[in-house]
Design a protein around this ligand. Structure first.
Ligand SMILES: *[C@@H]1O[C@H](CO)[C@@H](O)[C@H](O)[C@H]1NC(C)=O
Ligand SMILES: *[C@@H]1O[C@H](CO)[C@@H](O)[C@H](O)[C@H]1NC(C)=O
Ligand SMILES: *[C@@H]1O[C@H](CO)[C@@H](O)[C@H](O)[C@H]1NC(C)=O
Length: 208
């Protein structure tokens, strides 16, 4: 190989390497948690459209209502992450995100709620009985109410699979509707509440 060919090759390799590292500029870990591309904790890394927050070493997702949800796991190959459902205040039946009316995602951002979530609405008013939700006495939410000691015991509750016929940007709670909720990812019928994978699975549009 003569020298000029070698130079051109080296130049090409250099361009390739710079481009690849620019495209996959992953953010540093948050606490002990990896922050895979395109998620971005900072303007200088990741892709800023995929903003998440590193608060005191805890990786969190911010809703349009201004509430932070802890990120429990991330699967960058499937473009998915799972956030923690809000806690339910002790001795009452209110989700900790009640004041922001539950989970609401900004429709201009590249995230939505996936179709793998079984949502359980708790302390609902009778108006919900007319909805297509499953509010029967053998709804999954009964197990949750009875076994997971919260203030929601013996309230009217309903469950539904968050499928594509519904808005994928909101899980709503409010006075006069339901005041608390939880969610289970990939709930398998016949399994017990203590084996459920509590979480809300979000997916993102792949970064190009
Ligand atoms: C259930 O919701 C109603 C409002 O719809 C509220 O008045 C009541 O306090 C709630 N119950 C509990 C146990 O939090
Ligand atoms: C409600 O859900 C339970 C548990 O999956 C199921 O056994 C029951 O058939 C459902 N009821 C209705 C009306 O869909
Ligand atoms: C949510 O976003 C994914 C990825 O862009 C998309 O494939 C899916 O259709 C969206 N789901 C809904 C219900 O809009």
């Amino acid at each position: 190989m003569n020298n000029s060919v070698r130079m051109v090759l080296m130049f090409l390799v250099l361009i390739l390497v710079t481009n690849v590292s620019a495209a996959y500029n992953a953010c540093p870990k948050c606490g002990s948690v990896e922050v895979p591309y395109p998620l971005s904790t900072d303007d200088n890394c990741g892709d800023s459209r995929y903003r998440v927050y590193c608060n005191n070493g805890i990786l969190e997702f911010l809703s349009a209502g201004g509430f932070y949800y802890k990120i429990l796991s991330i699967n960058p190959n499937a473009y998915k992450l799972i956030i923690s459902p809000p806690s339910i205040q002790e001795n009452t039946c209110y989700s900790s995100d009640f004041t922001s009316e539950g989970l609401r995602l900004d429709e201009n951002l590249p995230f939505n709620i996936s179709t793998h979530n079984t949502v359980m609405l708790l302390n609902c008013t009778a108006a919900l009985l007319r909805s297509p939700l499953n509010c029967s006495s053998n709804s999954f939410c009964r197990q949750f109410e009875e076994k997971v000691g919260t203030g929601c015991i013996n309230t009217l509750c309903c469950h539904f699979l968050k499928d594509s016929s519904m808005t994928s940007h909101m899980i709503r709670v409010r006075a006069g509707g339901c005041t608390a909720y939880t969610s289970v990812v990939d709930l398998k019928p016949g399994t017990s509440f203590d084996s459920w994978n509590y979480g809300i699975e979000l997916q993102w549009i792949p970064a190009n």
